[in-house]
Design a protein around this ligand. Structure first.
Ligand code: SF4
Length: 462
């Protein structure tokens, strides 16, 4: 069954009231600042472009003080105020003497995560005595999810959609928070049918809604929607559910799957092969011989920008070679990607880290965090890289436990710190990681270097 979005959703008036409701402060002059990008092979140019209410707005969120950082947060804020237009993606070098940290220009909590945290803690405050549920992990950070759980929030599902609490236990008197990834129309409707107010504490990130809007436009223009995303990720499941309503939709995880899909566009493989190969990744009634003649691409907001661009270019070229350049518009919607600003900022900052000389990299974040795994992948291109979810994974100056996301397993590495001095360590994190966690990693590492300057000495400059 295909669910239809209900009337209250994403109406124009909701968009117009967005600034008012969110106490949004303009960055320059009047109104919001609207930033979009032109992707070139060598650099990203940011330009103020058009009026789009789901774009970067500077807002101070009310989040618990223990997520605010006095070290890396202070440095980031200092960089932010001296570079409001985000022209400078160079990292910050923190020289402690025997050890130096190369700190990314952008990392840590993004707009959507802070928004979700603020709303979730508010939901708890405003609903003493009620059951407060989160549909699934609010964000992919165990520390934040654990804290919410310790304050009484219950999770209905895990990230794979397996239930901790069955739907029959949820009643209209309960509070249900929709996470930053959004949710499927099917779940939304199930809750509405129970009488649950799904909008009151809906933390769906506006950048995710932007993807849904793009999918809607593509569907209305009779394009099939190709979603570049991870099929099991909550956001991609939600996007697929919404997109499915507007037009035939299919998920491709990576370039390899895009190339597999091309076989059906070129007619070199059969329908039955398609249904087997893409099982569970296409909308109901999808016919590869009918629905791959005219396509457009949207992305999960946190994919690797270069891969997303590569996939869109691949389908574009395929349509040109099949139908000719003059007929491209008839067969391919040539639109920009739907990656969010945080993904772009963090990945661009990571490319700048790769320009640095360093001996190793530490990336902090949740092991199921998509955006963090892409930062890890980039760092791995140049440095021995350790992906950790907290300072507790650094067992000693000779042993670190870290996550190998390729093999999806924890591994231990011994003698991970080279003996050279000064040792230079790249340090960054994903968009769902509190800066305080990065501080704790920095402090723990610092403790291994005798004669290092104090944190106070270093941050006095910021
Ligand atoms: S990573 Fe992007 S899409 Fe996801 S919550 Fe943050 S700003 Fe929103």
């Amino acid at each position: 069954m295909i669910c239809k979005p209900r009337k209250y959703e994403r109406t124009k008036s909701k968009k117009i009231n967005y600034q008012k409701q969110h106490n949004t402060k303009p960055l320059f002059g009047r109104g919001f600042v609207f930033l979009e990008r032109i992707q070139t092979t060598k650099q990203t140019i940011r330009l103020p472009l058009r009026l789009d209410l789901k774009i970067l707005a500077i807002k101070k969120f009310q989040i618990p003080a223990y997520y605010r950082s006095s070290i890396t947060g202070r440095i980031k804020e200092s960089r932010r105020v001296t570079d409001l237009r985000k022209q400078d993606f160079a990292p910050t070098l923190l020289d402690f003497g025997p050890v130096q940290f190369v700190l990314a220009r952008h990392f840590g909590f993004c707009y959507g995560v802070e928004n979700a945290i603020e709303i979730s803690y508010r939901a708890l405050e405003e609903n003493h005595g009620k059951k407060v549920y989160l549909l699934s992990q609010m964000i992919h950070n165990q520390e934040v999810n654990n804290d919410l759980e310790s304050r009484g929030i219950k999770f209905i599902m895990d990230t794979d959609g397996s239930h901790f609490i069955s739907w029959e236990h949820i009643t209209k008197d309960d509070v249900v928070i929709v996470p930053a990834f959004g949710t499927t129309l099917e779940i939304e409707h199930l809750l509405l049918d129970k009488g649950v107010d799904v909008q009151k504490y809906n933390t769906t990130c506006p950048f995710v809604e932007k993807v849904w809007n793009r999918a809607e436009n593509l569907g209305k223009d009779n394009y099939t929607i190709i979603i570049h995303g991870k099929p099991k990720h909550e956001e991609t499941k939600a996007t697929f559910s919404h997109s499915n309503h507007y037009g035939p939709s299919i998920i491709v995880r990576d370039m390899e799957e895009a190339q597999q899909l091309a076989n059906y566009m070129l007619g070199s493989k059969t329908r039955s092969e398609f249904y087997e190969e893409f099982s569970g990744k296409f909308s109901s009634g999808f016919d590869p011989h009918v629905h791959l003649l005219r396509v457009g691409v949207v992305n999960q907001t946190t994919m690797l920008a270069s891969e997303t661009q590569g996939i869109a270019d691949f389908f574009r070229q395929l349509m040109i070679s099949k139908y000719g350049e003059a007929n491209l518009k008839e067969h391919f919607a040539d639109t920009r990607d739907t990656l969010c600003y945080a993904t772009n900022d963090n990945q661009d900052s990571t490319y700048q880290l790769l320009e640095s000389k360093a001996d190793l990299a530490i990336v902090v974040g949740g092991y199921n965090s998509s955006n963090t795994s892409h930062i890890v992948a980039l760092c791995e291109r140049k440095f021995p890289t350790y992906f950790i979810n907290s300072e507790n994974e650094i067992k000693s100056h000779t042993e670190i436990h870290h996550f190998n996301y390729h093999q999806k397993q924890n591994v231990a590495t011994h003698e991970f710190l080279p003996s050279k001095r000064p040792l230079r360590i790249v340090l960054t994190s994903g968009a769902s990681c509190p800066d305080t966690l990065v501080d704790r990693v920095l402090l723990k590492m610092l403790g291994f270097f005798e004669g290092a300057k104090t944190v106070e000495d270093i941050i006095a400059a910021y």
